[in-house]
Design a protein around this ligand. Structure first.
Ligand code: 1GP
Length: 248
């Protein structure tokens, strides 16, 4: 079974899946075992690894360390750049920043990464990445040099999602940006989920299990949290997120 098939199976078995994002610059190798143990306990469905700004030089070792502990749970690269590729991962989200108008992030970096991914025989999951305005400028916005989709212009977001569906993307990632002031609005998630059959990943600025549950109720297939777990050591939090997402 491919990692993508596993994700689809999770969605149909649980209604929605919970992804934990580990940014190598924030979740250091020495802190990983606790968060990974709590994640298993909570039945987290996949780990996303990556960051918009990678300052840690040993990405490959980082993935290798995570893979030692993750048993059957997919480890999927969520790359912020071409330097975030590793044969040790189960798959990579092959992102195209469709919300922007910077061809480098739509097809440029993809062309640079594709031959490496091919050589490593890494599963590539084509993903339309849509940045959504979320208050203050986010790192993803700044680093990509693109404008996000206006948060109250649902029709523009739906048009982008339809284009992504017609272009054959397997997943759509609705992204508020790491540490976003406001997460992606439920009206936008709902409108997109009504317009396309492509599974929706929603992340950025989700701080409470209740907020995560609202994203699922609006139509998210997968919810991602990153920052909140890095800044909060309460071991019950991952469990509360997982149960809110799985039972919504
Ligand atoms: C960022 O969507 C992810 O790319 C997660 O965001 O760190 O704000 O949870 P947070």
């Amino acid at each position: 079974m491919t990692a993508f098939e596993k994700l689809l199976a999770i969605k149909s078995a649980k209604g929605a899946g919970y992804f934990v994002l580990l940014d190598p610059d924030k979740a250091h190798t020495e802190d990983l075992s606790a968060i990974l143990e709590q994640s298993f306990d909570a039945q987290v469905d996949a780990f996303l690894i990556g960051g918009s700004l990678l300052m840690t030089p040993d990405f490959d070792d980082y993935i290798k360390t995570i893979k030692k502990y993750t048993r059957d749970c997919p480890v999927i690269i969520f790359p912020g750049g071409v330097n975030q590729v590793s044969a040790h991962a189960d798959a990579i989200l092959f992102l195209s920043l469709l919300s922007g108008r910077n061809s480098h992030h739509i097809i440029g970096t993809q062309v640079m990464a594709a031959p490496i991914i091919h050589k490593l025989k890494l599963e590539a999951i084509s993903t339309a990445y849509l940045l959504v305005e979320s208050g203050k400028a986010t790192t993803a916005e700044f680093m990509s040099g693109t404008s996000p989709l206006p948060r109250h212009k649902t029709d523009i977001a739906v048009a982008h999602a339809l284009a992504a569906a017609y272009m054959g993307f397997k997943l759509i990632y609705l992204e508020g940006g790491s540490g976003a002031e406001h997460s992606v609005p439920e009206e936008m998630i709902f409108a997109i989920s009504q317009a396309v059959d492509v599974p929706l990943i929603v992340g950025g600025g989700i701080r409470t299990p209740e907020e995560a549950a609202k994203k699922v109720a609006a139509g998210a297939s997968f919810v991602v949290t990153g920052n909140i777990l890095e800044s909060n050591n309460d071991p019950r939090l991952i469990k509360e997120f997982a149960s809110a997402i799985h039972n919504s």
